[in-house]
Design a binder for this molecule. Structure first.
Ligand code: ATP
Length: 319
C-alpha cells in the first residue's frame, strides 16, 4: 500500500521539470497519496532536506523554467554505503517510492534504489534528448526553440557581413539538438557525434558555397567534439568568410517551457505515479510514437537510441 512518495530532480536542469513535478504531485494527491519534495536531487536525499508538497505548492509552475526543487550531482551516490544511507532515510520518513526526474545517470541511481527495495520511476528530464526509452525528453523542445531563435538572429547579422557563424549547441554526445536545429534553421554545415569532423571537407564545402554566390554560412556544432576556436581560425584563413564563434551554453537550459514540453511533462508525471500505484519500480517512462510507455530502466539503458540517419540524409539533400 503506497501512502507517501517522494519526487526529486537530478542532473542538469531542464525546462519542463516543474511541469513534471506538478503532474506527479497532483496525480498523487488525487489518489490520496502524500508527496514529499526532495531538494537538490540525491544530495538533498542523503542530507534529508525534504519539503511537503501540496496542491498550492505547485500552483503557477507550468510556465517556470528550471526546477523549484533544485538539482545537483552527487557521484558518491553510486557507492553502496551512500545508497544504504539513502534507503534508511527514506524508510525512516516512510517514503514508499520515488519519482526521479533527470537523465540516464539519475536513472542509474533510481535503479540502484529500486534494487534496495524502494520502487523508483525515472522521468526523462534533460534538454539533450539523449535518454533511451523515449523519443523525446522533457526540455528538448524548449531548448530547440531557444537555439532556433538564436541562429535566426545570427543569420541576419552573418548575412550582412559575409561571415561564417559557428554555433556550438549542447547535446552531451547526442547530436539531436544539432540536427533538429540544423534542419529548422537551414544551416549550411553540421558537425555532430554522428557526422564526426573532417576539417578539409568543411573547408571544401564552404569554398563551394562561396563560389556559388552564398554571402554567409551557418555551421552548427555539437558540444564536446571539436575545438571550435581553432576550427574558426582555419575557416577565416582558408576561405573568404570571416568566421565568428557563438557558444550558446546555458542559455539553452533556461526559459519558459514550450507547450509541447509542458504537455509531455504532464503526461509523463501522471504515468510515473500510475506505475508506482501498480507497485512497479525500476522503470522509466517515455513517449514513443505519441503514446506514453514505460520500459525497465536496465533494458532502456542497454538499447541503442533511434538512428537519425534519415534526418542527416534529409539535411544533406536540402542544404
Ligand atoms: P544530464 O543528462 O543532465 O547530465 P544525468 O541524470 O545523466 O543528467 P548525471 O550527473 O550523470 O546526470 O547523474 C545524476 C546523478 O545521478 C549523479 O550525480 C549521481 O548522484 C546519480 N548517479 C549517476 N550514476 C549513478 C550510478 N551508477 N549509481 C547510482 N547513482 C548514480
Amino acid at each position: 500500500m503506497i501512502r507517501k512518495i517522494g519526487v526529486l530532480t537530478s542532473g542538469g536542469d531542464a525546462p519542463g521539470m516543474n511541469a513534471a513535478i506538478r503532474s506527479v504531485v497532483r496525480t498523487a494527491l488525487s489518489n490520496g497519496i502524500q508527496v514529499i519534495g526532495i531538494l537538490d536531487g540525491y544530495k538533498g536525499l542523503i542530507e534529508e532536506r525534504f519539503i511537503e508538497l501540496n496542491r498550492s505548492s505547485v500552483s503557477n509552475l507550468l510556465s517556470k523554467g528550471g526546477t523549484i526543487l533544485g538539482s545537483a550531482r552527487l557521484p558518491e551516490f553510486a557507492n553502496e554505503e551512500v545508497l544504504l544511507k539513502a534507503c534508511e532515510i527514506l524508510n525512516k520518513n516512510e517514503i514508499d517510492a520515488l519519482c526521479v526526474i533527470g537523465g540516464d545517470g539519475s536513472y542509474r541511481g533510481a535503479l540502484a534504489l529500486t534494487k534496495h527495495g524502494i520502487n523508483c520511476i525515472g522521468i526523462p528530464g534533460t534538454i539533450d534528448n539523449d535518454i533511451p526509452g523515449t523519443d523525446f525528453t522533457i526540455g528538448f523542445d524548449t531548448a530547440l526553440n531557444t537555439i532556433v531563435d538564436c541562429v535566426d538572429k545570427l543569420r541576419d547579422t552573418s548575412a550582412s557581413h559575409h561571415r561564417c557563424s559557428i554555433v556550438e549547441v549542447m547535446g552531451n554526445h547526442c547530436g539531436d539538438l544539432a540536427i533538429y536545429s540544423g534542419l529548422s534553421t537551414g544551416a549550411e554545415i553540421l558537425i555532430t557525434p554522428e557526422t564526426g569532423l573532417d576539417e578539409d571537407t568543411v573547408i571544401e564545402k564552404l569554398a563551394y558555397l562561396e563560389k556559388s554566390g552564398k554571402n554567409h554560412a551557418i555551421v552548427i556544432v555539437s558540444e564536446k567534439i571539436v575545438n571550435i576556436n581553432s576550427l574558426s581560425s582555419k575557416i577565416s584563413s582558408k576561405t573568404g568568410f570571416a568566421s565568428r564563434v557563438t557558444v550558446l551554453g546555458h542559455i539553452q537550459r533556461g526559459g519558459a517551457p514550450t507547450p509541447s514540453d509542458r504537455v509531455l511533462a504532464s503526461r509523463l508525471g501522471e504515468k510515473a505515479v500510475d506505475l508506482i500505484l501498480e507497485g512497479i519500480g525500476g522503470h522509466c517512462v517515455g513517449i514513443k510514437n505519441n503514446s506514453i510507455v514505460s520500459t525497465p530502466i536496465d533494458e532502456a539503458l542497454n538499447k541503442p537510441r533511434e538512428n537519425k540517419k534519415g534526418f542527416y540524409r534529409l539535411f544533406e539533400r536540402l542544404v
